[in-house]
Design a protein around this ligand. Structure first.
Ligand code: APR
Length: 169
């Protein structure tokens, strides 16, 4: 039974899902954007646990507890910094979605929410990142039993529009 893919416009830290994905940096020690929002909402224990993870390579994914978040887990992944598209950025972005979904499956998460990885501070053009995200999520849910529900979270109207187009809405 293929999983469902939902689109929401809002703040990922409020979602009642098993796992939320964080668009982190290689240090995993917090930052701005969605990384900052997740650390603020989860509380200081999140950073304490992150200190023991030893960082994260671009395209990889590591998990922690969710602490004060509604979500049980946070899956931290590091997206590519956009340098024009000729340095393997797309492949690294695909890896972020693939590895985060495989980790969610391993954890037994039935629902997982993604922000639009790399399209903020890291400068990946939304119109190019969003179809990649939708392709990789579709590929996973078509062949795996978990997660049963993937929520793609847009934080602004432009991203929401791009997801709506990519999902064929
Ligand atoms: N909920 C959902 N999405 C959010 C939220 C939120 N609370 N806050 C920001 N976003 C969106 C942004 O609008 C953007 O569409 O998340 C997307 C990713 O943007 P960034 O958070 O800037 O992440 P990214 O582009 O991957 O850059 C990562 O930024 O915060 C630092 O530590 C982080 O160095 C790393 C870099």
């Amino acid at each position: 039974m293929a999983g469902s893919i939902d689109l929401v416009l809002g703040d990922i830290t409020t979602l009642e899902v098993d796992a939320i994905v964080n668009a982190a940096n290689p240090s995993l020690l917090g930052g701005g954007g969605v990384d900052g929002a997740i650390h603020r909402a989860a509380g200081p224990e999140l950073l304490q646990e992150c200190r023991f993870l030893g960082g994260c390579e671009p395209g990889e994914a590591k998990h922690t507890q969710g602490y004060r978040l509604p979500a049980r887990w946070v899956i931290h992944t590091v997206g590519p910094i956009w340098h024009g598209g000729r340095r393997g950025e797309e492949e690294t972005l695909r890896d972020c979605y693939r590895h985060s979904l495989l980790l969610a499956e391993e954890l037994g998460a039935t629902s997982v929410a993604f922000p639009s990885i790399s399209t903020g501070v890291y400068g990946y053009p939304v119109e190019r990142a969003v179809p990649v995200a939708v392709q990789e999520v579709r590929r996973h849910v078509e062949q795996a039993t978990l997660p049963q529900r993937v929520v793609l979270v847009a934080f602004d109207e432009r991203t929401h529009e791009a997801y709506r187009d990519a999902l064929g809405g």
